[in-house]
Write a protein that binds this ligand. Structure first.
Ligand code: NAD
Length: 388
């Protein structure tokens, strides 16, 4: 068996690294960036952390700030129009997963003939071409999108969160500066942190796991397992923010080179139909979905529990697996993760969407990577179980 490993050509990691953005562009001979961000980044002045050093280097960056949470195909179309209207040689995605995914997605149809729809690039299609290099600067810890070959875009006609995969979505470079995450609100710290943990755990238990991705997943779980609670309770704790940012990036590299699995497959439809933030819908599912697959990859789940720090090498795999489930439930409780019912989703609404959500979950391909591959009825049963 062979594994194909991909990652950005350059990753500049550390406090203050965003100040070196112009130097990084210069390494690649780039000088005409379109910065893709969201309205809050613009109104709060946070995007100036990227714009100021570019301007100080004599560049004249333009800004596209129309990104929405869970970016849509219509926003991408507007972004492609903005990109084509100027003479840009690169895109910079600055923000959480939504702006980074928007920047990455703009580059894909912009490389194709005008009029091609985003859905033409969704899996199983391969989106390998990009109109220009993309540089990502994450401000949450995080989706890991700065280091993955994926972008996730919602089809506004069907409400489907489409997975788009290929070298076209892989950034040329990432600047990973944990100091940008001090301002992340507590709820988002929790949601994005559990997103990272889910990436690492799913990459590690995936049927597509490989030794290179394993090492990244284990390292990410060690970092996140020890620092997520601290970052949640102490937003200005530098060591915790730094560890979470590195863990999020490593988790992104891990799943980009292995895969995500059933949690993500089931999570995307919840996000698309009920507008639950991505990390939060992962968190709602993580304990029950882990329990569902536990005995089909027990040694792997047990090793994950040891990496996270809740089991030791003295614990037998069965004991370590139980400790993992306990930890995931305890984490959700401490980080205030509600059930879908607690989040305000009505029972009839939830029940009515389950057949479609199960079909969309299976259609994404992610459940096929799970240690235990569910059928449609089992996915529906899991959705019912987590409803609360
Ligand atoms: P997000 O980008 O939607 O941001 C959530 C909120 O946090 C926004 O209001 C944003 O303005 C705010 N925010 C971001 N950084 C902040 C900061 N430093 N200070 C204060 N506020 C800040 O959320 P996200 O969870 O980072 O990204 C979610 C998106 O990423 C989803 O669309 C999801 O599908 C996608 N995703 C993509 C990948 C991938 O590999 N491409 C992986 C996982 C998730």
């Amino acid at each position: 068996m062979t594994a194909t490993i991909v990652s950005p050509r350059l990753m500049r990691i550390g406090g203050g690294s965003v100040g070196q953005i112009a130097e990084v562009l210069g390494l690649f001979g780039l000088s005409r960036p379109l910065v893709v961000t969201d309205p809050w980044m613009l109104s709060s002045g946070t995007v100036d952390r990227c714009l100021d050093p570019l301007r100080a280097a004599g560049l004249d960056p333009a800004v596209f700030a129309e990104t929405v949470p869970d970016p849509t195909d219509t926003v991408i179309e507007a972004g492609v129009a903005a990109f084509r209207a100027g003479d840009y040689d690169c895109l910079i995605g600055f923000g959480g997963g939504s702006p980074m995914d928007t920047a990455k997605a703009i580059a894909i149809p912009a490389a194709a003939a005008p009029g091609q729809k985003m859905r033409e690039f969704k899996v199983p299609a391969q989106a390998d071409k990009a109109a220009c290099p993309v540089i990502c600067i994450p401000t949450t810890a995080g989706t890991g999108s700065e280091a993955t070959r994926f972008t996730v875009i919602t089809d506004t006609e069907t409400d489907e969160k489409m997975l788009i995969a290929g070298l076209g979505a892989l950034p040329l470079a990432a600047i990973v500066d944990y100091e940008l995450t001090y301002s992340v609100p507590q709820r988002t710290t929790a949601d994005t942190g559990i997103d990272s943990l889910t990436h690492a755990l799913e990459a590690y238990v995936s049927k597509r796991a490989n030794p290179h991705a394993d090492s990244l997943a284990l390292s990410a779980m060690r970092l996140i397992g020890r620092h997520l609670r601290i970052a949640y309770h102490q937003p200005k704790n530098a060591a915790a923010r730094e560890a979470m940012m590195l863990g999020a990036m490593q988790a992104g590299l891990a799943f980009s080179n292995s895969s995500v699995a059933l949690v993500h497959g089931m999570s995307r439809p919840i996000g698309a139909h009920f507008h639950v933030p991505h990390g939060l819908s992962n968190a709602m599912l993580l304990p029950a979905v882990t329990e569902f697959g536990l005995n089909d990859a027990l040694p792997r789940y047990a090793e994950a529990a040891r990496a996270i720090g809740v089991a030791t090498i003295e614990d037998a795999d069965q004991v370590a697996g139980s400790k993992l489930l306990e930890e995931l439930r305890a984490l959700n409780q401490e980080l205030g993760v509600p059930t879908p019912r607690g989040h305000g989703i009505g029972a009839a609404q939830w029940e009515g969407m389950l057949p479609l959500m199960a079909k969309q979950a299976l259609g994404s391909g992610s459940p096929a990577n799970n240690p235990r591959v569910p059928d449609e009825a089992q996915i529906i049963a899991l959705y019912r179980k987590v409803y609360g």
